[in-house]
Write a protein that binds this ligand. Sequence first.
Ligand code: AMP
Length: 258
Amino acid sequence: MAASDELEYLKTLVSQLNAKIEALEAKAKKAVASHKTPAHQLRTILMGPPGAGKGTQAPRIREEFCVCHLATGDMLREQVTKKTKLGVEAKKIMDAGGLVSDDIMVGMIKDQLEHNQECKNGFVLDGFPRTVPQAEKLNSMLQARKEKLDSVVELVYDDQLLNSRITGRLIHPASGRTYHKEFNPPKKPFVDDVTGEPLVQRSDDNVEALRKRLAVFHTQTGPVVEYYKAKGLWRPIDAAQSPALVWDNLRRVFAKQQ
Ligand code: AMP
């Protein structure tokens, strides 16, 4: 090939490559732009009796708003599985449907807020605060961090209907994914759809422990609802609707905050 032809060929090649690079760059830019970049921070609490659907909705909030999901029950169960000193003590209380001490629970949340990078953009608290002293301590913690709660959402659900929800509940311990033997069964019985790992039933998901957990919810956590009502943060949602409708209502609550 003559030198001039070769030059012409190389120039064409370069311009073709440049066009290709430009197209790829544009594509990459579009992908970055469409990736969820949270426009605002979100700090919310999800309340409600056991079985109201907190464990179903909270992971969606985490995904949608890029915040951390702090579920104190899951944190305690992790300690139980690891058989730590705290885990051994906590298991007895949890199986009896009682509450672990405020100091321990507040310490756990404080540690997460300070060290968990996923909490940088905010959080969804699930199962905390469960008592007024926990709510007060959370308040001082947030004040010290110059952060504010956006909302406290209560998933409202009738006690009479909770029995069947709780006793049929199946959990994937590693992810916190929940199923129901009857209402939301996994594809294969007792197997997680995503990982294929076994599902378990929580040791406190039985009729007797539920009775105690509900009593504790009304006596200890009821006043927490009043505490947040007084602050104008309480937002009730009917949790007897389908999970999709509950999610729509949640999004509406969060949209109003922006
Ligand atoms: P949960 O998974 O939220 O239903 O929590 C399971 C159990 O863990 C409860 O019944 C309590 O024994 C204990 N627990 C979880 N969160 C708290 C909390 N904030 N304060 C006291 N005990 C808690």
